[in-house]
Design a protein around this ligand. Structure first.
Ligand code: HBI
Length: 95
């Protein structure tokens, strides 16, 4: 079973994740991604969906045209786990 990160481990991981921040009032992290048009945006979302399936870890996200607001948390542990950090890194590195 995947484990919830301690506050210290979560904060240490978050410092290294460019653009990600904690969601107020919720144990989750968020980042807004922007692209040049809808085609680039949806192509990225498709690639991320395949990564999410491979990790068995799925984002909450909201898309309008060239913008995607991503929220990551691990429902199974009611918090942030290493899988959120992994997926956030993949998203940053594939942008
Ligand atoms: N995605 N974000 C997120 N959090 C989870 O806890 C999670 C998931 N995808 C699949 C998954 N858990 C499975 O372990 C089952 O709960 C279906």
């Amino acid at each position: 079973m995947n484990k919830k990160l301690s506050t210290a481990d979560r904060n240490a991981a978050l410092i290294k994740l460019q653009g990600w921040k904690l969601v107020k009032g919720r144990n989750a992290i968020t980042k807004t991604f922007q692209f040049k048009n809808f085609n680039a945006t949806f192509s990225w979302m498709t690639a991320m969906a395949l990564h999410a399936e491979k990790l068995d870890h799925h984002p909450e996200w909201f898309n309008v045209y060239n913008k995607v607001i991503v929220t990551l948390s691990t429902h199974d542990v009611s918090g942030i786990s290493i899988l959120d950090i992994k997926l956030a890194n993949i998203m940053n590195n594939t942008k």
